[in-house]
Ligand binder design. Structure first.
Ligand code: NCD
Length: 319
């Protein structure tokens, strides 16, 4: 391998832990992994990966599991511990300590912000954040950016609209942070006023000098954008159900709206989607979200093998 592996032994807590060069390196490996989407390569044979999902998940957990298995690793863990039973900080710490003793890498999802960071401080082995509350979802951002790169051949110079629940949505937040590592032409933050991006996110964009603008509705900017990143309203994270009632159903992406946009316009969504995208969009040229979800496997295969120092020469990766 030419270049030193920037992921070796690292924790993945936030997308901002990494540089643009690191992500480009990851994407190169992910491209190689695409060849093994339907087969098994044994480059992580003998490794054990723990999936500690304290909060429900379908795609993220199953794509980590698929990635680990395709690489020949064994998987342990749990997928639905009721958050209330582990609410005491100490039992969470003990669970992590135990998994650290059993496994070579721990993937953690939790409803509390900071849980993955906390786990990474306890565990000797690498910890990968698979979503902590409303805060971060770095591996989602990695596959989202990889999807843009695959579809447009670049991430720079495009205009993005990040639409929906920017206040409680960790996938949207990590995507926005991820874009700051590149040179987007402009990012539109599109949401009803109640669901605006959190002040620390807006502040970060300002500090980095990224061109951005907050708008209320997608139809204000539809003609300008290349990529629309839609998210669902994160109902379960609202402290007050009445507040949810106020914003429920407040935005919807339809074919009519999209047909006013650019010819090559693509719609991404981390999924699950509820009612924010009209079903007729699913079979249109705009929908990129199913391919995006599929990209979760090669990107996570790349990430796991890099962190655990797999021998990539064996799979023909020329880095
Ligand atoms: C996202 C999540 O869990 O944050 N889903 C995912 O990981 N693909 C987005 C969401 O739940 O809305």
């Amino acid at each position: 391998m030419e270049k030193a592996n920037p992921f070796l032994g690292r924790d993945v807590v936030s997308i901002l832990d990494f540089s643009r060069e690191d992500l480009e390196y990851l994407f190169k490996v992910a491209e190689v992994m695409e060849r093994f989407r339907r087969s098994k390569i044994e480059i992580l044979k003998g490794k054990v990966i723990a999936l500690a999902f304290f909060e429900p998940s379908t795609r993220t957990r199953m794509s980590f599991e698929t990635a680990a298995k395709r690489l020949g690793a064994d998987v342990i863990g749990f997928s639905s511990v009721e958050a209330t039973s582990i609410a005491k900080g100490e039992s969470f710490a003990d669970t992590i300590r135990m998994l650290d003793a059993y496994a070579d890498l721990i993937v953690v999802r939790h409803k509390f912000e900071g849980a993955a960071k906390f786990a990474s401080e306890i565990a000797v082995n690498p910890v990968v954040n698979a979503g902590d509350g409303k805060q971060h979802h770095p591996t989602q951002a990695m596959l989202d950016l990889y999807t843009v790169k695959k579809m447009f051949g670049k991430i720079d110079g495009l205009t993005y609209a990040v639409v929906g629940d920017l206040r409680y949505g960790r996938a949207a937040t990590s995507f926005i942070y991820g874009l700051t590592l590149f040179n987007p032409r402009k990012i539109y933050l599109v949401s009803p006023p109640l669901l605006r991006a959190r002040p620390e996110v807006v502040e970060y964009l300002r500090k980095k000098g990224v061109p951005f603008e907050e708008v209320n509705a997608l139809d204000e900017v539809i003609e300008e954008v290349d990529v629309i990143y839609v998210t669902r309203i994160q109902r379960e994270r609202f402290p007050d159900p009445l507040e949810y009632e106020k914003v429920k159903g407040s935005y919807r992406i339809t074919l009519d709206l999209l047909s006013r946009g650019k010819e090559h316009l693509k719609v991404l969504h981390p999924l699950p989607k509820v009612d924010e995208i009209d079903k007729r969009v699913d079979n249109s040229k705009y929908a990129a979200y199913f391919e995006q979800a599929a990209n979760g496997v090669p990107v996570r295969m790349a990430l796991l093998s890099l962190i655990l120092g797999a021998e990539l020469g064996k799979v023909g990766a020329d880095l």
